[in-house]
Design a protein around this ligand. Structure first.
Ligand code: LMR
Length: 333
C-alpha cells in the first residue's frame, strides 16, 4: 500500500515536472565588451527582447556587457568552444582567428558615411565576407554599426607630425597597425577593457575609438584632447556558434532571424545619434578639448595614411579592396 502511494505520487510529480521541463528555455549567452548604453549594447538588448517575444519565451537571451564574461580575444575562443552562443566583435578582431578579410573595413577613409557602408554590408561583398565565418565554426547573422573614430591623446593632434613617437592602443588589426606606423606612432594591441587604465597610467599615450566607446568608458576623462578625424569606422559582425545554430528547431531559427533583422534595423538607426550624444557629453564635461581639423589638416592626414592601402592590399587581397571600392561607389580614399 505504502509502495503504491509512493508510486502514484512519483507519477504525479513526473507529470507535473514533464511540461515544466519541456518548457525550459533555450539559453543564448550573448557576450560583449562595451557598455549597455552604446550602439552595440542597445541592439543586443533589443535582440534579447524580440527573441523572447517571437519565440514566445522558448528562447532566453542573456546579455553580458562590459567584458563581464570574456575580453576581446577570449570571447571569440569561447564562442568557437560553445561556452557562449553569440557575440558581436568588431570587424577588426577577426584577424587573430584567421579571417583577416574583415580588416578591409579598417582602411583609413575608405567609408565617407554610413549609407555608403550599408551598400557594402547589404550587397554581395557583405554576404561573401559572412561566408568566411562558417569554416571557423560560426554563422554571421548581421552587421551592426558603431560609427566613425576620433583620435585622442594628452597632446593636441593636428598634423601627422604630432603622432610621431606616441604610443597608441589599437584593436588586433594589421590595418590599424599599419595606419599608426604610417603616422610615425607606435601601435600597441590591447583588449578594450584595459584601455582606460592604460591611458590613465600612461602605458599608452593615446587611442582611437568612436565617441560612444570613449565616453562610456570614461576615456575622455584621461585624455586632454580629442580630434574629430572621422578617419575610420568601427562596426560589428554578429556571430553565433554554428553547431548551436544548426541544431535549433527550424521554426526557432526563423523566429530568431526575424528578431535579429529587427534588432539590427533598430540599432543601426540609432548609432549615429548615440555617437553624437556621446560627443556632446564629452564636450559638456570639459575634461577633453574637442579639436576640429581644417580642410588642409584633414588633407594632410589623408595623405599620410594613403600608403596603408598598398601596405595591406596584398595582405587582405587586392581584389577585395577593389570590390569594396566598387560596391561602395568608389568614394573612399
Ligand atoms: C574596441 O576594442 O575598441 C572596440 O572594438 C570595442 C567595441 O566592441 O566596440
Amino acid at each position: 500500500m505504502h509502495k503504491w502511494i509512493l508510486g502514484a505520487l512519483s507519477a504525479v510529480l513526473l507529470a507535473l515536472a514533464g511540461p515544466a521541463a519541456a518548457q525550459a528555455p533555450i539559453i543564448i549567452k550573448f557576450s560583449h565588451v562595451v557598455a549597455p548604453d552604446t550602439p552595440k549594447g542597445v541592439a543586443a538588448e533589443k535582440f534579447a527582447e524580440l527573441a523572447a517575444k517571437y519565440t514566445d519565451g522558448k528562447v532566453k537571451v542573456e546579455v553580458y556587457p562590459n567584458s563581464q564574461l570574456y575580453k576581446d580575444k577570449e570571447e571569440l575562443e569561447a564562442l568557437q568552444l560553445g561556452a557562449v552562443q553569440m557575440l558581436a566583435p568588431s570587424n577588426s578582431k577577426f584577424g587573430p582567428i584567421g579571417i583577416k578579410e574583415f580588416e578591409v573595413f579598417d582602411l583609413p577613409y575608405i567609408l565617407p558615411d554610413l549609407p555608403t557602408l550599408r551598400k557594402v554590408t547589404d550587397g554581395p561583398l557583405g554576404a561573401r565576407l559572412l561566408k568566411l565565418l562558417e569554416p571557423k565554426g560560426m554563422v554571421g547573422l548581421a552587421y551592426w554599426d558603431n560609427g566613425f573614430k576620433v583620435m585622442s591623446a594628452n597632446k593636441k593632434l593636428l598634423a601627422p607630425a604630432d603622432y610621431h613617437g606616441l604610443k597608441f592602443r589599437i584593436q588586433s588589426s594589421k590595418v590599424l597597425e599599419a595606419q599608426f606606423r604610417a603616422l610615425g606612432a607606435v601601435p600597441q594591441v590591447m583588449a578594450f577593457s584595459d584601455v582606460y587604465q592604460a591611458l590613465q597610467t600612461g602605458v599608452v599615450d593615446g587611442q582611437e575609438n568612436t565617441p560612444s566607446n570613449m565616453y562610456t568608458q570614461k576615456m575622455h576623462e584621461v585624455q586632454k584632447y580629442t580630434t574629430l578625424t572621422n578617419h575610420g569606422y568601427i562596426g560589428y559582425v554578429v556571430v553565433v556558434n554554428r553547431k548551436f545554430w544548426d541544431g535549433l528547431p527550424p521554426e526557432i531559427r526563423d523566429q530568431l532571424t526575424r528578431a535579429m533583422k529587427e534588432a539590427t534595423a533598430f540599432g543601426n538607426a540609432r548609432s549615429a545619434q548615440e555617437n553624437a550624444q556621446a560627443l556632446e557629453q564629452m564636450r559638456k564635461s570639459g575634461k577633453t578639448e574637442l579639436v576640429t581639423l581644417t580642410p588642409e589638416q584633414d588633407a594632410a592626414m589623408r595623405k599620410a595614411m594613403a600608403p596603408v592601402y598598398d601596405d595591406v592590399a596584398s595582405r587582405i587581397s587586392k581584389s577585395l579592396v577593389e570590390d569594396f571600392r566598387k560596391e561602395s561607389g568608389g568614394t573612399g580614399q
